[in-house]
Ligand binder design. Sequence first.
Ligand code: FES
Ligand code: CO
Length: 319
Amino acid sequence: MNERDAFPALRAYWHPVARSADLQDKPVAVSLLNERLALFRLPGGVTCLQDLCIHRGTPLSLGWMEGDRIVCAYHGWNYNSGGVCTRIPAISPDRPIPDKARVPAYQCEERYGLIWVCLDQPHAPIPECPEFDDPNYSRYLVGPVTWDCGAARSIENFVDQAHFPWVHEGILGDRANPETIPVKVQRCPEELRYSFVDRPNPMHPIPHRRVYRIYRPFAIHQRKERENGEVEASFFVVTPHSSKRSTNYLYVLRNFALSECELRERYELDMKIMLQDKIIVENQRPEELPLDLSDELHIKGPDAVAVEYRRMLAELGVV
Ligand code: FES
Ligand code: CO
């Protein structure tokens, strides 16, 4: 069983597909779970339709918005936000529009500066990042960065402590001190939770406790809590375009100030870490995460989080 076997079930989860800021007066084409989708910003809000005009298979994302309607670029058919065709310019307005003249419309929400889509009845809410709306926190976004790997490989890498000294030596880890800190993973219906007191590392030299929530399927909320109340939070969410292609969005949020210069340095380090990870993760095979625990070799202790994560995803592949 692989990541793609969970795709039918993943249609019932919310996935980020674009930045809100990137959807303005032009349609945006995105792919999610092997579906081609078109996003539109209409007066009533953001709309997501299958990116395929029912008439002749033209992508609706080649069209445009006119008032509260979407216009197909090929023969000008109009669609409303529910995907129902409301006008066929080539026929007289007296003639009825066929009932079949419609395209699937999907649920769509804007949250955390991102557009989220769910292709089915949502089985779980959009993952939580409470710091996002807290005025005490400032933030920046690292990404979007698209990788040639499944989304689950990317999530698993983000929480994999054992690679820090090897891939991010001198930033997040130290090869002279490569042992991981044991964690006890708590399974909740839709998430994994754990925390541990981290060893200070070059990027985070102040002692802190790391508190993790891994949301099924592809979101991580992490807080680095210092004793003095300062917190740096990360919210990492990944779009599964296909089982071999995904896009990462990483928000970093802080309730304490950094100078302009420190902020720039930190942002550049975050980008550097992503690039270091990309080289590894894009070259892992298979590109998508194997969900059978007998595939690949797990080490008790360091791989505890990965094992629980694979279990949680594998449940979705059980038909
Ligand atoms: Fe869209 Fe003809 S293909 S209107
Ligand atoms: Co890494």
